[in-house]
Ligand binder design. Structure first.
Ligand SMILES: Cc1cc2nc3c(=O)[nH]c(=O)nc-3n(C[C@H](O)[C@H](O)[C@H](O)COP(=O)(O)O)c2cc1C
Ligand SMILES: [Mn+2]
Length: 507
């Protein structure tokens, strides 16, 4: 019999182990204060693309083990040739996978049949259980993430599970949550998000909405928790399609939601429906890398009725802010894959979409398949306009304000290529197409704090075509690239590569 080890994509502990084995994780045994110190370390880690820190000795850690903390779980890596290894590993790919490999893998899974989760009688998440008034969220060592945050966010990289009253649609998604008091969290429920749509159904029945908040779920699950797939589709089935295996789930203690059996920590409870039951939340430094101090809002309360957890549990966190953190590596990339899928389903000749991390989820770079484009016999204006309507009118479109359309010689995952294409081929006023009819997420700093549009809701989005007109028609292009790869015969390039060290350079 051949023993198959669990893949990192299916199991959070295996993910941690493999990162450690590959020298991309550091165990910190030094005592670290959850009051800003821990988050400052994680911030510095993101900004230097350092190893993921696993904090084993969090100051004020509880005697029951709650909790260790994993920072930058899907940050970028400094290991040569493996910058995207935590993203790749989360999706069941080799650590050396490229951006193209990653988008391709997600898109391939989209074409497969869903593999629904399977019920198991128990699992590690049931090793410890606490209920009702035994729960005191304020006593947990929840990190304060940024000096100007309005509270302590325990939930930055866990997955909420909610279901419709008829249980036909079960949604797994990420949205943030702050500690409110001993027994509750508070957090935004955006009506356009699936959790918002489902919450409205419970409100209409005047019932509280049961939820489970799961930390340390299978890495493939948290990736999909940040992916805007269509409403009425269960993320769990798509996760199964991605890993090729059903997620093992186990019933909650206080409601009938099913949670991943190998999760680290699960909070169970209900979102209070009463409009009076709201509390102050935020602000928190966000994915766009800014915070407007003092800007708190009233948000729904998540009452916690039970906590279950495994031995020595690990809380994964995202310290949001300047790139690249999980908003960019998870949300940005999963949105890009979904945009590619949407373009292809609409019959558009787009072969790759990427969200450059440095754009903080605001630029989506779409690369054309030029052969198919030529067959369409179209032009810059018509094609850019069509692309804009397809993307901006879609589910992820609300978050996306700027699309850059690039040719085949431009790698969307290479920021140098993208900037070169924009600067050399995007003709001001001629290659820029504004769209007035679609809304933008108000979190974008210039939407909330910029010059107000003349008409309410008239928030502009743009497609910038970073291609020359000839790319739409000519079989061979009239230019060549002034570069190592573009300006020298291939055998000469190979010779220079071969002799590189002989010349005195190091590799
Ligand atoms: C680290 C991280 C944090 C996120 N935080 C939030 C958040 O606080 N609020 C929110 O509405 N979406 C947030 N998102 C984006 C949603 O998870 C994403 O839009 C997802 O598609 C929503 O699920 P749904 O498509 O089932 O509605 C976050 C994503 C990631 C990766
Ligand atoms: Mn959903």
């Amino acid at each position: 019999m051949c023993y198959q080890r669990p893949l990192a994509a299916e199991n959070f502990r295996q993910f941690i182990k493999e990162l450690e084995d590959e020298h991309d994780l550091i165990k910190i045994t030094e005592e670290v204060d959850p009051h800003l110190e821990l988050a400052a370390i994680v911030r510095k880690v993101y900004e230097n693309e350092e190893k993921a820190p696993l904090f084993e000795n969090v100051k004020r850690r509880m005697s029951n083990g709650l909790f260790r903390v994993l920072g930058a779980p899907v940050g970028l890596s400094r290991i040569p040739g493996q910058r995207l290894c935590r993203i790749a590993k989360s999706l069941g790919l080799a650590s050396s996978a490229t951006g193209q490999d990653i988008i391709h893998k997600i898109n391939e899974a989209k074409k497969c049949d869903p593999i629904p989760p399977i019920d198991v009688p128990s699992g590690p998440v049931k090793e410890y259980k606490i209920f009702g008034d035994e729960i005191d969220l304020t006593s947990l060592p929840v990190p304060l993430l940024h000096a100007d945050d309005g509270g302590k966010f325990i939930q930055t990289f866990g997955m909420y599970i909610v279901q419709t009253p008829d249980k036909r649609w079960v949604n797994w998604s990420i949205t943030r949550g702050m500690v409110n008091d001993k027994r509750s969290l508070v957090g935004p429920i955006i009506p356009k998000q699936d959790i918002g749509v489902i919450s409205q159904m419970w409100k209409e029945r005047n019932e509280d909405m049961p939820f489970a908040l799961c930390f340390g779920v299978p890495p493939a699950a948290i990736m999909v928790g940040g992916m805007p797939i269509p409403k009425w589709t269960n993320e769990a089935g798509f996760i199964g399609a991605l890993t090729g295996k059903p997620v093992e789930v186990v019933k909650c203690e206080t409601n009938d939601i099913r949670v991943p059996a190998h999760a680290e920590i699960v909070l169970e409870g209900v979102v209070l429906t009463s409009e009076d039951a709201k509390a102050t939340e935020g602000p928190m430094a966000e994915y766009h890398g800014m915070i407007f101090p003092g800007q708190s809002k009233k948000c729904p309360i998540f009452k916690v009725n039970a906590i279950t957890f495994r031995e020595n549990p690990v809380l994964p966190i995202c310290v949001a802010g300047r790139a690249a953190e999980e908003n960019h590596t998870v949300w940005g990339i999963m949105q890009a894959a979904e945009v590619l899928n949407i373009c292809q389903n609409a019959g558009l000749p787009i072969q790759m979409v990427w969200c450059p991390f440095e754009s903080h989820c605001l630029w989506f770079v779409a690369q054309v398949d030029r052969q198919k484009l030529r067959v369409m016999n179209t032009n810059i204006a018509d094609f850019s306009t069509r692309l804009g309507h397809v993307v901006f009118g879609s589910k992820p479109g609300w978050y996306i304000p700027k699309i850059l359309l690039v040719g085949e010689d431009v790698d969307p995952t290479n920021l140098r290529d993208v900037i070169w294409a924009e600067s050399t081929r995007c003709q001001p006023g001629k290659n820029e197409f504004l769209f007035d009819e679609y809304g933008n997420i108000p979190l974008i700093p210039y939407v909330g704090y910029g010059i107000k549009p003349e008409h309410k809701g008239n928030h502009q989005k743009v497609v910038r075509c970073c291609m020359l007109p000839c790319e739409f028609f000519d079989e061979s292009l009239p230019w060549k690239e002034g570069s190592f790869r573009g300006s020298y015969p291939i055998d000469l390039q190979e010779e220079v590569n071969r002799k590189w060290e002989t010349y005195g350079f190091s590799h």
